[in-house]
Design a protein around this ligand. Structure first.
Ligand SMILES: O=C(O)CCC(=O)C(=O)O
Ligand SMILES: [Fe+2]
Length: 331
């Protein structure tokens, strides 16, 4: 059986149309229905016709391959700035999940530069840009500007799919922050499962991932790990814990991981639109009082959750990590 069978592929073309004729609006409604079903049943979906120029995506994947192909001492020059917590921007090859080493390298940036309000750019000031390859910044700036448009379009569609005003989810996050992760998973050289990135749920609103054509991204459905093999040029998206809590668990934040390939290098580019540290994360009335359902999660500030999750990085092997379940209200 095709293991990818079932992870819904959603064609966003009607959301790229400028006009809002009756015919387009009908098409959009159909897309919203598919999106709702995917978020409720899978917590994952794949988007095509997402508005990103595919040549630009290719260029970004190529520049990431060039960067990660540099000698380690060159990559280590892209050192995180002290104080850029909770997650330091820059190069990092010492990630851990469940206390075990992830066999991956990460280059990490904050994207809030597109914000017109300079006082809000308090995350991207920590970004550290590689000097090599020389065209790195040019390519990545253009790519991330386009990708931010795509993430905003997806957040609007997700809001609408929940019957909420288009801007609500974006507004709840309080600031315009996208975390941008460039990941490199070296070949493992061995048969069987190797931890590229240990199992986890994402914390933000959604995560949107592009990858080269090397499989390894897996989600947990029931008790089975399913490998996601997206069509070329697609973005794989999943629901993060914040959206899971806002919807009182209706849109699911699902466990996933990355398994390294035996012989091939895997690259991925991940965008995570994320709430501001001060954003309130609590189930919305639309999914609780208004429908007579008790809230499943207590309210918290996003910073509280981030700090707890950051401690996960220091845990001994196989220790239990903090996750969204720790915020469940016992009933
Ligand atoms: O590299 C990938 O494909 C997924 C990355 C991921 O799950 C994450 O960074 O949270
Ligand atoms: Fe993830």
């Amino acid at each position: 059986m095709d293991q990818n069978q079932g992870v819904p592929v959603i064609d966003m073309a009607p959301f790229l149309e400028p006009d809002s004729s009756e015919a387009i609006s009908e098409k959009r409604k159909a897309v919203l229905q598919e999106l709702r079903k995917a978020c409720e049943e899978w917590g994952f979906f794949t988007v095509i016709n997402h508005g990103m120029n595919l040549q630009l995506l290719e260029k970004a994947l190529k520049v990431s391959e060039e960067f990660f192909g540099l000698p380690l001492e060159e990559k280590l020059k892209v050192k995180p700035t002290p104080g850029s917590t909770p997650y330091p921007a820059g190069f990092n090859n010492e990630n851990r999940s469940q206390g075990m080493r992830d066999d991956k390298e990460l280059l990490y940036f904050f994207l809030d530069e597109s914000s017109t309000d300079v006082s809000q750019r308090r995350y991207s000031m920590y970004n550290v840009w590689p000097e090599n390859p020389p065209h790195f910044r040019l390519v990545i700036d253009e790519f991330t500007r386009h990708a931010e448009r795509t993430t905003k379009m997806l957040l609007r569609a997700i809001s609408e799919s929940l019957g909420l005003p288009s801007n609500l989810i974006y507004d709840l996050s309080q600031e315009n922050i996208n975390m941008f992760l460039m990941n490199y998973y070296p070949p493992s050289g061995v048969e069987g499962h190797t931890q590229g990135l240990g199992h986890h749920r994402d914390g933000g609103i959604i995560t949107m991932v592009a990858q080269n054509n090397v499989a390894g991204y897996q989600l947990l459905k029931g008790d089975k790990w399913i490998t996601i093999e997206p069509p070329e040029g697609a973005f794989v998206c999943n629901i993060g814990d914040s959206l899971h809590v806002w919807t009182n668990g209706r849109y699911k934040s699902v466990m996933h991981r990355v398994c390294s390939h035996k012989t091939h290098k895997r690259f991925s580019l991940a965008f995570m639109p994320t709430p501001s540290a001060l954003a309130q994360i609590a189930p919305l009335p639309n999914f609780t009082t208004e429908i007579g359902s008790p809230p499943k999660y207590r309210a918290f500030e996003y910073m509280e959750y981030l700090k707890l999750r950051f401690k996960n990085k220091m845990l001994p092997p196989n220790a239990k990590e903090t996750g969204i379940d720790d915020f469940l209200i016992c009933q």
